[in-house]
Design a protein around this ligand. Sequence first.
Ligand SMILES: Nc1ncnc2c1ncn2[C@@H]1O[C@H](COP(=O)(O)OP(=O)(O)OP(=O)(O)O)[C@@H](O)[C@H]1O
Length: 311
Amino acid sequence: MTTTTELRVATDGLTKRYGGRAAVDGVSLTVRAGEVYGFLGPNGAGKTTTLRMLVGLVRPTAGTATVLGRDPGDPSACARIGVLIEGPGFYPYLSGRDNLRVLCRYRGLSDAAAESALERVGLRARAHDRFRGYSLGMKQRLGVAAAMLGDPDLLILDEPTNGLDPAGVAEMRSLITDLAADGHTVLLSSHMLDEVQDTCDRVGVIVAGSLVAESTVSELRGGTTIVVRATPYPRALAVARDVAGANRVAATDTGIRVDADAGVAPRLVRALVGAGIEVFDVHSSERSLEEAFFDMTRGSDSTGDDPEVSR
Ligand SMILES: Nc1ncnc2c1ncn2[C@@H]1O[C@H](COP(=O)(O)OP(=O)(O)OP(=O)(O)O)[C@@H](O)[C@H]1O
């Protein structure tokens, strides 16, 4: 059981209204110690606004949030949180290293903290180059390095792979996985399903300001499905309902769909064959996170544009 002390972030009915419109509407989420939590949602769903409330940049209209056991913006908690929200602000004419050193001075950290962060994100070889000459991927990595200064207990990263090419995305993913392996808790937002599917322990899905799901990736996918092609179809359907329960069986164009673990398949096939039914094909398939996500977000795009969810 997860106790309150194991929670790095907990919100209860967190709400932000702009004018009459709720950008974030009653969001209650939890981020546990040591996990990578993916905050997933289409453009305009309310991800950035939620993260901004967690770090005290935006004041909630209603509801509460606790971050590292404190109110958002509490100075003692802020010192233990690394944040990358909406693109880091760096001096273009300073090198990556000097930009980090400026931040170190400001936060009372030694220059060694800058070196270890540069090492961590793989930027040491280019640390002496001016920021303005960095590629987008290097800029993002420097942003993560800045968030890592002082070895924070919680990293909050808003769309850390935004604008990166596939190689940059892969690098950022492995960096996040390494951070988690070192015991950091990471809360990242994304509209990239792949990123969340491969990197995160748990996922919160936000649509039009509301949290519509919060669970592990596999729970979100809803387990496996067995698909059977057999004749005569009506009798096969009846047998499948006997074996798996009527509420788990559906007649579809591609065959009989049974929402059950692949382990049920042998029993199902035995029952079908025993009833004199001809079985042509049995296979199990796992619902992708993409299918699960589209089921949840269908018809609820909050921007009015096509939901920009990509794999
Ligand atoms: N300062 C503000 N004033 C008015 N409306 C705002 C403000 N900030 C955000 N919004 C609105 O709140 C909604 C949620 O925006 P938010 O930036 O939190 O979404 P998001 O999920 O982070 O989207 P994206 O993936 O595009 O960054 C949007 O409709 C946005 O226009």
